[in-house]
Ligand binder design. Structure first.
Ligand code: SF4
Length: 220
């Protein structure tokens, strides 16, 4: 059990999420066309973090989970799923536990992917984080970002991270997911931040990426 004193302020707050940005239709952070939510706040300060602007707990904006669900409902393009990234999504577990059932109710066929710096074992040791993950996630990409461990996989920031299917839907999703064909980056179509977003997971220095010269910034 993670001691309560280590919990950030958003940990136990349900019905709201602290969101940094949203974008759609994204094809770089999982199979198909996805709605992506980046949650604000992360205390890890990993060297080489690709989204330091999302680390402050007061980055972004507060939004009731019903309002966020309504924004997804208004999207006019067909979508296949939801991806949650950040920041550290599982530092807002109560909000996610409230949000996921709403998404599930409105989009029963969607897949849900969650990126987190926590390992699955840590999540299972924390009842609220565990509830959040198992109330909606089909696939978990877990573990802290390690700058010294490059990964060629387009869904992993570093090689220590794992891609874990939590449901039958998640297992099916990973079977059809060919990392060689998933796009590594998207421009930020539909971004609500009004900024130029390069969406995806950049390769670490020295990792070749055909067609994209150099290292690019991104918002994941
Ligand atoms: S967990 Fe992610 S958002 Fe947080 S500091 Fe590390 S790389 Fe950045």
């Amino acid at each position: 059990m993670i001691p309560p004193k280590t919990h950030p302020p958003e940990y136990g707050r349900s019905a709201h999420l602290r969101v940094y940005a949203t974008a759609w239709p994204v094809t770089a952070l999982g199979p198909g066309h996805r709605f992506v939510v980046w949650l604000a706040g992360c205390v890890r300060k990993c060297p080489g973090c690709i989204s330091p602007e999302m680390q402050p707990p007061d980055a972004g904006y507060d939004i009731p989970v019903e309002v966020l669900t309504g924004r997804i409902r208004q999207v006019q393009v067909p979508l296949d799923g939801l991806t949650i990234s950040g920041g550290e999504p599982l530092d807002q577990p109560a909000g996610l536990a409230a949000f996921f059932p709403l998404v599930r109710r409105e989009h029963p066929n969607w897949s849900v992917i969650v990126f987190t710096g926590y390992r699955l074992e840590q999540i299972l040791d924390d009842p609220i984080r565990q509830k959040a993950v198992f109330s909606g996630a089909d696939v978990l990409i877990d573990g802290p970002f390690r700058q010294t461990m490059p990964s060629p996989h387009c869904l992993k920031g570093s090689a220590n991270q794992r891609i874990i299917a939590l449901t039958d839907r998640g297992r099916g999703l990973l079977r059809q997911c060919d990392p060689q064909t998933l796009p590594r980056f998207n421009a930020g179509l539909g971004s609500r931040k009004g900024i130029d977003m390069i969406i995806g997971i950049p390769p670490l220095e020295g990792t070749p990426l055909p067609g994209i010269p150099g290292k690019m910034s991104c918002d994941t």
